[in-house]
Ligand binder design. Structure first.
Ligand code: ZN
Length: 274
C-alpha cells in the first residue's frame, strides 16, 4: 500500500511528466474489482475527462489530488498497486482500474492491489469527501510541529499504544504499517508501548523519528517494495520488515522478531525497543 512518501513521489513525478497533457480518452476499470471506490459511471467519467488538461498534482496523507482543468480533480486514496506513466507507443497493462490516454499518445494507468478510491470530483468538492475533510496535519506539513505532536498525544494518547498512534484513525495521516515499523525502531519504542506515559524526551525522539523517516523515504523516491510512476522501485530500504528477521538488529546485533498486532505484522527488536 502507498503511504505518504510514495504519494509525494508520485505527485512530483506527475507534475514533471504528465501535467499539461490533454486527455483524449478516460476509462474506468477494464477489470472488475469489488473494492475500488468510484463515484462516476464509466460513461460519465469518459465524458467528463475528455479534452481536460492535466494540471498540478499534490499529496496529502494517503491521498493524491490531480487537477483536471478546467473544473475537476481526480482523487486517489488509500490505495496501493501501480500508478504508471506510459510513453507514446509503450505497452499498456492488460488490467487496470483507471486509464487516461493523452492526445500525444502517452498514457497513465492506475491499478490497485487491495482497495482504494479513484474518484472524479468537481474542483472543491473533493475537500468535502470523508477522510479528506478535516484531515489533521501530516508529517510533511509545516503545522506538524513538536508542540502540535505533543498536544496530539495529550488529547488522543489516552490508553493508546505507539503503533496505534502512528497507524490508526488517521491521527497522523499518511503513515501506514510499513513506515511505522522504521519509525518505532528509530524511536526505540516497542509497538505496544503506551504513549500516555512517554516522557517529553521520548515524545521528542518519536516526533523526530516520524519526521526524519518520512523525509528519508521521500528523498529516496519511496520504499524499495513499491514502484513509482515509471515502474522503478523506490530507493528506501526498510530497516524493519520481513527481511530484517533474517539478519541481526542493526543496533544491538540481537534477533528481530515478528508479531501480529493492530492490522499488520510488526517487526521489532525486543532488546532495543521497549
Ligand atoms: Zn536491537
Amino acid at each position: 500500500m502507498f503511504e505518504l512518501p510514495e504519494f509525494v513521489t508520485l505527485a512530483a513525478q506527475i507534475n514533471q511528466t504528465v501535467s499539461g497533457k490533454v486527455i483524449g480518452q478516460g476509462v474506468l476499470g477494464n477489470t472488475p474489482h469489488r473494492f475500488v471506490w468510484y463515484n462516476q459511471s464509466p460513461a460519465e467519467f469518459g465524458r467528463l475527462t475528455k479534452g481536460k488538461t492535466v494540471g498540478g498534482a499534490r499529496a496529502r496523507g494517503k491521498w493524491l489530488f490531480v487537477a483536471l482543468e478546467p473544473g475537476y480533480v481526480l482523487l486517489f486514496g488509500e490505495c496501493g498497486g501501480k500508478m504508471l506513466y506510459h510513453a507514446p507507443g509503450a505497452k499498456r497493462p492488460a488490467k487496470y482500474h483507471l486509464s487516461l490516454e493523452f492526445n500525444d499518445d502517452s498514457g497513465f494507468t492506475a491499478t490497485t492491489q487491495m482497495w482504494g478510491a479513484m474518484e472524479l470530483h468537481e474542483a472543491g468538492q473533493e475537500q468535502n469527501r470523508q477522510y479528506v475533510k478535516g484531515m489533521r496535519p501530516t508529517p510533511v506539513d509545516p503545522e506538524f510541529t513538536f508542540d502540535y505532536f505533543s498536544g496530539l498525544i495529550a488529547t488522543e494518547g489516552n490508553k493508546r499504544t505507539a503503533k496505534s498512534l502512528l497507524t490508526q484513525e488517521q491521527l497522523i495521516p499518511g503513515l501506514g504499517n510499513a513506515i511505522a515499523q522504521d519509525i518505532l525502531f528509530r524511536a526505540r519504542l516497542h509497538p505496544r508501548h503506551p504513549v500516555d506515559n512517554l516522557t517529553k524526551a521520548q515524545q521528542r525522539k518519536l516526533y523526530t523519528a516520524i519526521v526524519k523517516t518520512v523525509q528519508a523515504v521521500v528523498k529516496q523516491g519511496g520504499r524499495y517494495d513499491e514502484v513509482d510512476l515509471f515502474n522503478e522501485a523506490g530507493g528506501y530500504i526498510r530497516l524493519m520488515d520481513q527481511e530484517a528477521t533474517r539478519r541481526p538488529c542493526p543496533e544491538c546485533g540481537g534477533r528481530v522478531e515478528k508479531m501480529a498486532y493492530l492490522g499488520g505484522a510488526c517487526y521489532f527488536c525486543p532488546r532495543c525497543q521497549t
